[in-house]
Ligand binder design. Structure first.
Ligand code: C5P
Length: 314
């Protein structure tokens, strides 16, 4: 038996939030296959934590804290967190590898950008673990190459998203909002929902979608009634066409007393706007009584991707 002291390898743990879209305005498909968006992102208090530990080779493991996932998270270099770490190292011309561990609370394939959150967390963890000192602009640019929602996951708070969603600009949000998040046992593929949008709306969609000014005003004033009146998601009908049982969740949400009900991104997660924390608890209980198993109340807005823990014995 060796009594030699073996130090723990350096590691960094980073937390990234889920996002919702208070308005998701979708335009006609562009030549590159993406759709122009006019969206208002909000980061909500549901998180994935990503730990990168220095290693000889790449590896990835996932622990699902919210129970059995509705879809599979890739456990190889297809995983968006691994791709993010590799992309940032390549950007700096640095060689290296890490074991990537993801603690997931954000629903998988649920329309809350869980994969994008993991990528954002991995970018920040890689930057810290390898002491890369990436500028904010470079980090946002690498994030945009990884996925349309990754720049917002870095930023958090409340922000307008344009382009294909990757161009983000923070906006004033005076509210302390509460949402009840209702997960689904089903998964929806984002590309499939966009294809369903093309079938339903097609060339009838605007080339440049716009945001409703009343929604921005509701955020500036923190008025929950006004926010309830001006939420919107152009992917709701296309998603409902693919998963008609979602209609039941919308009906249950109305019966449970939600101020408004919104499909999260491309779905199938459903969001119930509440008046405050105690209303959110009541609505959570009412949805559970109606047989919904994955129901959680979350505050918003919350901050973006941030370091939780650093273990550095170098
Ligand atoms: O950017 P991201 O990789 O997250 O996008 C996943 C898929 O969602 C794209 O391949 C595309 O099919 C669809 N998408 C889109 N328009 C957007 C964002 C995503 O059509 N603005």
């Amino acid at each position: 038996m060796s009594l030699a002291y073996e130090p723990e390898p350096p590691s960094v743990t980073v937390r990234a939030p889920a996002k919702i879209n208070l308005h998701l305005g979708v335009g006609a498909r562009r030549d590159d296959g993406f759709h122009p968006l006019a969206t208002v992102y909000q980061a909500v208090g549901l998180y994935d934590d990503v730990t990168l530990t220095l290693d000889e080779e790449w590896g990835v493991s996932v622990r699902h804290d919210a129970g059995r996932p509705a879809a599979i998270v890739p456990l190889d270099e297809q995983n968006l967190a691994v791709r993010a770490a590799q992309m940032l190292l390549a950007h700096h011309g640095v060689d290296g590898a890490a074991a990537v561990h993801i603690r997931k609370s954000i629903p998988v394939a649920g329309g809350m950008a869980g994969g994008s959150a993991d990528a954002a967390a991995a970018l920040v963890a890689t930057d810290r673990l390898f002491d890369l000192e990436t500028s904010d602009d470079d980090l946002l640019a690498v994030a945009a190459r990884l996925g349309s929602d990754v720049p917002f996951a870095l930023l958090g708070g409340t922000a307008i998203g344009t382009g294909r969603g990757e161009l983000v600009e923070p906006i004033t949000d005076a509210g302390s909002w509460w949402w009840v998040v209702v997960g689904s046992d089903d998964a929806l593929s984002t590309p499939q929902v966009y294809r369903s949008f093309d079938d339903l709306v097609g060339a009838g969609a605007p080339t440049e979608p716009v945001l409703p000014p009343a929604l921005l005003l509701a955020l500036e004033t923190g008025d929950v009634g006004a926010l309830a009146d001006h939420l919107g998601n152009d992917l709701a009908e296309p998603a409902l066409r693919l998963l008609p049982t979602l209609r039941d969740t919308f009906d249950d949400a109305a019966a449970a007393g939600a101020r408004a009900t919104l499909l999260s991104g491309s779905g199938p997660t459903v969001l119930l706007l509440c008046s405050d924390g105690s209303h959110a608890r009541e609505v959570t209980a009412a949805m559970a009584e109606r047989g919904h198993e994955h129901v959680v109340a979350v505050p918003a807005p919350v901050s973006g991707t941030h370091v939780l823990d650093v273990l550095d014995t170098l």
